[in-house]
Design a binder for this molecule. Structure first.
Ligand code: FES
Ligand code: FES
Length: 178
């Protein structure tokens, strides 16, 4: 067993893990963060996407021990309790999901895309989400959702970084209570 300490959604977690444990299993099974999904065993679907030190990764391709000392954000950390991140809201408004299985990974990947390119074209969105598979939607509404979120987030970019949102409920410019 190996000791690791990882900051997940703003809280530091320390555990003994097997060196072979994948990050996705650490998040789901050890921490109970089941919003991160496992949709394949070939590293293709992207359902397991999380943000590690500011970069989106497929957490089924990372060992938990490799995340030692890192800051990890999962779908549960995208917004404060009771509020939706603009991407989550846009997916809802544009019906960017059906079964929802791919949605957490899609949103994590889309957030990474919008941090690198706040005003992506449709083609750039499709290329940016190339590593995320959806079995239901045909992608059209997912693209529309990312475009809608980009329009909203572009005006207040700093406020909508994951890091800025976590734990700062009072600073949301457009709170969306559900
Ligand atoms: S579960 Fe990680 S890419 Fe499919
Ligand atoms: S909404 Fe079902 S897999 Fe994408």
């Amino acid at each position: 067993m190996t000791s690791i300490s990882v900051t997940v959604n703003g809280a530091t977690k320390s555990h003994e893990v097997e060196p072979r444990m994948l990050l996705v299993h650490y998040l789901r099974e050890t921490l109970g963060l089941t919003g991160t999904h496992v949709g394949c065993d070939t590293s293709q679907c992207g359902a397991c996407c999380v943000c590690v030190d500011g970069i989106v990764v497929k957490s089924c391709t990372v060992l938990a021990v490799q995340a030692d000392g890192a800051k990890v954000t999962t779908i549960e950390g995208m917004s404060a309790p009771g509020l939706l991140h603009p991407l989550q809201e846009a997916f809802w408004e544009e019906h960017g999901l059906q079964c929802g299985f791919c949605t957490p990974g899609m949103i994590m990947a889309a957030d990474d895309l919008l941090r690198r390119n706040p005003t992506p074209t449709e083609q750039e969105i499709r290329a940016g989400l190339d590593g995320n598979l959806c079995r239901c939607t045909g992608y059209h509404n997912i693209v529309k959702a990312v475009q809608r979120a980009a329009g909203r987030m572009g005006q207040t970019r700093d406020t909508f970084t994951i890091e800025a949102m976590v734990g700062q409920t009072d600073e949301f410019p457009t709170p969306a209570k559900r």
